[in-house]
Design a protein around this ligand. Structure first.
Ligand code: GUE
Length: 478
């Protein structure tokens, strides 16, 4: 017991060495890079540096080396410090459209005459490997980012690797930059720390820092954080890179007081680099997996009746073989389709590389099914069918998306459809495609149809285009 007490009394400050953490991350990437390379995809990171910033130059150099060692390509773009916001955005847009580039990193800060926010925002979300867009930041703040900002992610990796408890601790973040202070504060909050963000206008900074169990220094001033601001036993994470490889913390004076501290160099920096490479490789994986399918949707002509008939009959037969009596194959006859054309029905067909793959009909009112709920503000989808030979390609969802856009273009605000209650898979399919259940229609013969609608929300459609999915889990209220 005595011995243990003595050991504790002599316990030295833990030096949070970032090198092994970075090595482990990079080691994990080797295989992924190899696989991608075999498929002809070489992950490539583009870094843009505007003007000259000392920390950024170090970063560029370190990144270049690390990429090379792992077989990752990197493209350095150095822009004159006098470049305009528009010119910078043009460069970014070009990289967005370049399929050989998987990650784009614009170094912060840019010269003050440039609108940095506008430039960050120009980065396409799929290539935003440093979490700098508003969407990337927001996803990170809600804890489900594809690519959180690299330095904040590095800080969280150190805490996790060294098993430093965060929950319930008071974390004091000094700095509020878009790539560091702000995102790391959100990440600490997501790990249930009590977070205080301090900045240049904070009064009595020292007193606040003194109450911190975890201190994140992200100021950009050499040896800014003083030893007498540190509560004994606090954990110090220094994200600073100042001239001469000096951090934002007065390391020599603070180290004996802290229970753990990151050195500069070899602390947060190398993990930042490893994280950036990891994000780039993941972006390359994801982007190279996307095989965009584009369907061509057109209003069907009467000459195409037999094609449409084939699709409907095929679906009806398939449903029947599954024991679902939703559509009677014998109901679909060519004369009946000709009639549909004559009474002005809008029948649409989708083609994939010229081949007929799907169809649907759109009505502008449907009192028989919707009864009292029927309105003139909606488009009603009927006879939605996808060719059985083209299942699993997402054609149905594309066709529904198309219908949504088309109905929206007619100034309507809802897409409605009904679905046989007994067809469980199709009911689930509509739910998966964002449709809300809105009641049941009972037919004379006892059959039931579930009613669904989807309210067209411009903002949500926009987010959907950006591949945003709903956050995981529940948000904490307090
Ligand atoms: N959008 C954006 N994201 C950034 O993350 C970002 C940025 N802009 N602008 C510049 C700063 C600076 N920065 C560094 C990261 C790692 C090292 C690094 O690895 N340093 C080595 C030492 C390097 C040496 O030995 O010279 C180390 O700490 O061990 C340095 C600097 C990221 N930044």
């Amino acid at each position: 017991m005595e011995g243990l007490r003595q050991m504790n009394a002599e316990k030295r400050t833990i030096i949070l060495n970032g090198l092994p953490v970075a090595e482990r991350i990079k080691e994990g990437l080797r295989q992924q890079v190899e696989k991608l390379t075999q498929r002809g995809v070489i992950p490539c990171l583009a870094t843009i540096l505007v003007g000259d910033d000392l920390a950024s130059e170090t970063y560029v150099r370190m990144k270049g080396n690390a990429c090379r060692k792992l077989g990752i390509d990197s493209k350095r773009i150095l822009l004159d410090k006098g470049i305009s916001t528009d010119e910078l955005i043009k460069v970014i847009e070009q990289l967005n459209g370049d399929s050989a580039i998987h990650g784009i990193l614009l170094q912060h800060p840019v010269p003050s005459h440039i609108d940095e926010r506008a430039a960050f925002e120009a980065i396409c979300i799929d290539k935003d490997v440093d979490g700098v867009t508003t969407l990337g930041f927001a996803q990170n703040a809600f804890g489900f980012a594809q690519f959180p900002s690299c330095t904040p992610a590095a800080i969280m990796s150190i805490l996790e690797d060294y098993e430093i408890p965060v929950e319930g601790k008071h974390a004091v973040v000094i700095g509020r930059s878009p790539i560091l202070g702000k995102p790391v504060a959100m990440m600490l909050l997501n790990k249930h720390a009590t977070v205080t963000i301090c900045h240049s206008k904070t009064t009595d900074l020292a007193a606040i820092v003194r109450s911190g169990d975890i201190i994140v220094a992200a100021v950009g001033r050499a040896r800014f954080v003083q030893a007498d601001w540190i509560k004994p036993g606090a954990v110090i994470l220094d994200a600073g890179y100042n001239a001469g490889n000096v951090g934002d913390v007065d390391y020599d004076a603070c180290e004996p007081i802290a229970s753990a501290i990151t050195p500069v160099p070899a602390g947060v920096g190398p993990i930042t680099i490893a994280t950036l490479l990891k994000h780039t490789v993941e972006a390359a994986e994801r982007l190279s997996l996307i095989k965009p399918i584009t369907i061509d949707v057109k209003r069907a002509a009467i000459e195409e009746s037999s094609d449409v008939l084939q699709l409907w009959k095929g679906s009806a037969q398939w449903l029947q073989s599954k024991g679902i009596n939703q559509w009677d194959p014998d109901f679909f006859r060519i004369e009946q389709i000709h009639e549909s054309f004559q009474d002005g029905s809008e029948i649409y067909i989708a083609r994939l590389n010229g081949e007929l793959v799907g169809t649907l009909q759109i009505w502008w009112s449907d009192p028989e099914v919707w009864e009292a709920l029927d309105d003139q503000e909606s488009g009603y989808i009927h006879r939605f069918a996808v060719s059985r030979n083209h299942g699993g390609l997402g054609i149905g969802s594309l066709l529904l998306d198309w219908a949504e856009t088309y109905i929206r273009s007619k100034g309507k605000h809802q897409v409605r459809l009904d679905c046989m209650a007994t067809n469980e898979r199709l009911n689930q399919y509509y739910l998966d495609n964002g449709y809300q259940p809105r009641g049941v229609k009972v037919w004379g013969n006892g059959w039931k149809s579930n009613l669904f609608w989807l309210t067209i929300n411009v903002l949500l459609s926009y987010l959907k285009e950006l591949h945003v999915h709903s956050p995981v889990g529940r948000e904490d209220k307090f």
